[in-house]
Design a binder for this molecule. Structure first.
Ligand SMILES: Cc1cc2nc3c(=O)[nH]c(=O)nc-3n(C[C@H](O)[C@H](O)[C@H](O)COP(=O)(O)O)c2cc1C
Length: 166
C-alpha cells in the first residue's frame, strides 16, 4: 500500500495505467497557422446537455500556446489500425502532419482521416491542475464510424473484444 507523500511518481503512473482508455490525437492551429497535434488518453466525456468533453495537457508541452491561443480543439479518436499515428503525435518531431491525411473542419482545424470518432470543440473552460492544464470543450460538431477502436492499458496498445456475459 502506498500512502501520500511516500509514493514514487513512477509507481503512481504504473497504478494509474491499469485504467484502460482509448487513444486520441487532439489537434488545433497555432497563431502562425501551423497545424498542431498531441497524442492524449486523458480524454473523457463530461456532460451531454450541454455537450462537454475534457482532456489534459502537461504544462511543459510546446503545444500549449497553440491550444491556449486558438480556443478550439478537435478530439480525433484513433482506430485500431492507427498506432503509427499515436506514436507520431507522441513524439517531439517538428512537422507531425507531413505524412498525415486530414481534412479541414471548423476554423480550419485538422480532422484526421479514418478515425473512429471526432469531436470539434470550442474551449469552454481552462483549469490549472498540478502539472497539467485541463481543457473542457463544448462539442460543436461530431462524427463517428464503425471501425474497431484502439485501446491503451498498462503502457501497451490493445484491442477490445466483447465478453460473453451471462
Ligand atoms: C498513449 C499515450 C497517451 C498520452 N496522453 C497524454 C495526455 O493525455 N496528456 C499529455 O500531456 N501527454 C500525453 N501523452 C504524451 C504526449 O503525447 C507527448 O508528450 C507528446 O510529445 C506531446 O506533444 P508535444 O511534444 O507537442 O507536447 C501521451 C502519450 C501516449 C503514447
Amino acid at each position: 500500500m502506498n500512502t501520500k507523500n511516500q509514493f514514487l511518481t513512477t509507481d503512481l503512473r504504473k497504478a494509474l495505467g491499469n485504467f484502460a482508455t482509448g487513444v486520441t490525437v487532439v489537434t488545433t492551429v497555432s497563431k502562425e497557422g501551423q497545424l498542431v497535434g498531441v497524442t492524449a488518453n486523458s480524454f473523457s466525456s463530461v456532460s451531454l446537455e450541454p455537450p462537454i468533453v475534457l482532456w489534459s495537457l502537461k504544462k511543459t508541452s510546446p503545444s500549449l500556446d497553440a491550444f491556449d491561443h486558438c480556443g478550439r480543439f478537435v478530439i480525433n479518436v484513433l482506430a485500431l489500425t492507427q498506432t503509427d499515428l499515436s506514436k507520431r503525435f507522441a513524439s517531439p518531431i517538428p512537422d507531425k502532419f507531413s505524412t498525415v491525411a486530414y481534412s479541414e473542419g471548423i476554423a480550419g482545424l485538422p480532422l484526421i482521416d479514418n478515425c473512429v470518432a471526432s469531436f470539434q470543440c470550442k474551449t469552454h473552460q481552462r483549469i490549472e491542475a498540478g502539472d497539467h492544464i485541463l481543457y473542457l470543450g463544448e462539442v460543436q460538431a461530431f462524427d463517428h464510424q464503425d471501425h474497431p477502436t484502439l485501446m491503451f492499458c498498462k503502457g501497451k496498445y490493445m484491442q477490445g473484444s466483447e465478453l460473453a456475459v451471462a
